[in-house]
Each structure stands twice: as structure tokens, then as C-alpha cells.
Design a protein around this ligand. Structure first.
Ligand code: CP
Length: 346
């Protein structure tokens, strides 16, 4: 059993205490346990986390929200630590959010992007990581086009590995920030009905969201054409619908996903225009939803495909709030995995 960490300090010598969930009163809601201690070296996916670990991550993020409201937006929790941002695949939001999160925690950062690196000379992922580890790295934040790449690296390095998206497998911090935003906006998670719409087959965001939401008692319906929704997804505890119109009026949240052309090239539906007509969110469809339905999207959005600008920029959209919340989630992730290093080294 890991000892309680005491090595990291917030400003004013305070360790961020995971605040109790706002949603304690909801029946079936998973709430934070007093004295719970995070013991994992890595964050590779939501699959392996217990409901209590997911809630602890959300509650720790809630504690970090306040840091971003200060005039000096920094705490010394990771002072002296090195966070390597290893991006073998493109990113805007995740990479910048982790970079800013590390900076707010006073860590030093190293940025690796595959483009312009020695990957073009044939260096393998593991050799690249091992060489960067030799510079003295405490946390690897890793995005990779191959499912399982961060898991392979985690077995080979001493430092912590955080999965920033691996192939079509998992994107745990995206799901955590999505779930955090739902809890923040709606006050609870148990009993919520969440529609995840679009390219389910190639989506690591869908997989991590389904895993996290089901652990915390929400219902999930995945919506899309048969070519983009594998029947086997029901094994994760969600329903399937091939009609967005059928589910509009019965869900609390609609999470629209991007079509991941880079993972299949095309040919799974006739045209983007037709896709938008059947599965796109527009003002007319929004009018048939519950008044306070939350419209989400992990980004990057394709305006006019997954959703119109009227919906993306409208009052039900929380797309930019998701991005804001991503910072607190990533501060919590970096903090907790390094805290567990402290426990293991004591
Ligand atoms: N949502 C997300 O992962 O966006 P990026 O690809 O820009 O990081």
C-alpha cells in the first residue's frame, strides 16, 4: 500500500486536496473517498481505472481549477521535474494543453514532434523514447498513431507515461475532460444519457468516453451509419442507434465526433453532404432536443459536417469550455502520476 505523498507542494504550502464531487446527492453517483491515494505510475487508459480512480482524477482537477484564476498562474508542485511531450502524431489542443499544464505546475518541458525528427532516418519509437529518457525525464506524454504504443513504452521506461491518444484505442485525458465538463454543467453523471455521434469505429475518444461514463453510471448510445458503428461496441455496455433523429429528444448530452479520414481514407459513406444531412447537428435538430442539452465536440471540428456554426457557436455548445477544462484535467494527471513516483521512491 502506497504511503500518502507529502513531497509536492502547492503555493502557500498546500497540497491540492481533491474536493468532494459536487454531485453527492444523485442516486448511484460515485463520489470521492476521503484519504484516497493515487498509486498508478502511468495513465494509459480509462479501461484499467476503477470508478473511484476516475472520480479522484476529476476531483483533483477541480482543485487545480483555481490556479488558472490567479494573477500568477503557477504552483511549484512539479518543480525540478521534466515532462517530455512526445507527439508522433499531429495535435493542437492536447499538446498545448499538456505543455501549459506542465508549465503551471513549474515543470520543465521537452517537446518532440515526429516531423523534423530522426524518425525520418529510421529511428524506432522505443529508441527515440530511450534516448530522450537518457536526458532525465520524469513523465512522457505520448501521442502515437499505433494503438498500444504508450503501453509498450510504459513497460520499458522508469518514468511515468501518459497516453495522449493512441491510434483508435484510447484518449483518456479527452474523455476525462469531457466527463468533467458534463459533471460541471449538469451537476451529476449517474443516470445521464449521452449520445456519441459519428465515426465510432475509428474513435479513441468514443472508446474512452464509453468506458468512463459507464463506470460512473451514465447511459451511452452510439449513433452513426452501420459502416462507422461496429456491432461489437455493445460489449462496452452501450446501445446503438443508426438514427440521430430518434435519439435527439431523449439525451442530456450529444458528443459529436469528427470523421477520421486519416484512419480509413474514405468510402464508408456516399458523401460529406449526405453524412451531414443524416448525422449532422443543425438548428432544426437542436430545436427538437431537450432545452438544456449539452453539445460537445473534442475538436478539431469540421464546420458544416458534424455540426453547423449555428450549433457549434450557440448557447448549448460547450466546446471551448471542454478545452478550458482540459488544462485542469492535465494538471491533475501530471500531478498524480508524479505523486505516485514520490510514493514509490520513498
Ligand atoms: N481533441 C484532440 O485530441 O485534439 P488535438 O488532436 O488537436 O489534440
Amino acid at each position: 500500500m502506497a504511503k500518502k505523498a507529502s513531497t509536492h507542494r502547492m503555493a502557500a504550502k498546500k497540497k491540492p486536496k481533491a474536493r468532494k464531487s459536487q454531485a453527492a446527492a444523485s442516486p448511484g453517483e460515485v463520489t470521492g473517498e476521503e484519504g484516497f491515494v493515487w498509486t498508478r505510475k502511468d495513465l494509459l487508459g480509462l479501461d484499467e481505472l476503477s470508478p473511484q480512480e476516475v472520480v479522484h482524477m476529476l476531483d483533483t482537477a477541480q482543485s487545480f481549477e483555481e490556479v488558472s484564476t490567479r494573477s500568477i498562474k503557477k504552483v511549484p508542485a512539479l518543480r525540478g521535474k521534466v515532462v517530455a511531450l512526445m507527439f508522433f502524431e499531429d495535435s493542437t489542443r492536447t499538446r498545448m494543453s499538456f505543455e501549459l499544464a506542465a508549465s503551471r505546475l513549474s515543470a520543465d518541458t521537452l517537446l518532440f514532434t515526429a516531423k523534423g525528427s530522426s524518425v525520418s532516418k529510421g529511428e524506432t519509437t522505443l529508441d527515440t523514447v530511450k534516448n530522450i529518457e537518457a536526458m532525465g525525464v520524469d513523465v512522457f506524454v505520448m501521442r502515437h498513431g499505433e494503438s498500444g504504443a504508450p503501453h509498450m513504452v510504459a513497460r520499458q521506461v522508469t518514468g511515468s507515461v501518459v497516453n495522449a491518444g493512441d491510434g483508435a484505442h484510447e484518449h483518456p485525458t479527452q474523455a476525462l475532460l469531457d466527463i468533467y465538463t458534463m459533471r460541471q454543467r449538469l451537476g451529476h453523471l449517474a443516470g445521464l444519457k449521452v449520445a456519441i455521434v459519428g465515426d465510432i469505429a475509428h474513435s479513441r475518444v468514443a472508446r474512452s468516453n464509453i468506458l468512463g461514463l459507464r463506470k460512473l453510471g451514465a447511459e451511452v448510445v452510439v449513433v452513426g451509419p452501420r459502416t462507422l458503428v461496429p456491432q461489437a461496441i455493445t460489449a462496452m455496455g452501450c446501445e446503438i442507434s443508426h438514427s440521430l433523429d430518434d435519439v435527439l429528444g431523449e439525451v442530456d448530452v450529444i458528443n459529436m465526433l469528427r470523421i477520421q479520414f486519416e484512419r480509413f481514407g474514405g468510402g464508408l459513406f456516399p458523401s460529406l453532404r449526405e453524412y451531414h444531412q443524416i448525422y449532422g447537428m443543425n438548428g432544426e435538430r437542436l430545436a427538437r432536443c431537450r432545452k438544456d442539452v449539452l453539445i460537445m465536440h473534442p475538436g478539431p471540428i469540421n464546420r458544416g459536417v458534424e455540426l453547423t456554426s449555428e450549433v457549434a457557436d450557440g448557447p448549448n455548445s460547450c466546446i471551448l469550455q471542454q478545452v478550458t477544462n482540459g488544462l485542469a484535467i492535465r494538471m491533475a494527471v501530471l500531478y498524480l502520476v508524479t505523486q505516485s513516483q514520490g510514493d514509490r521512491r520513498e
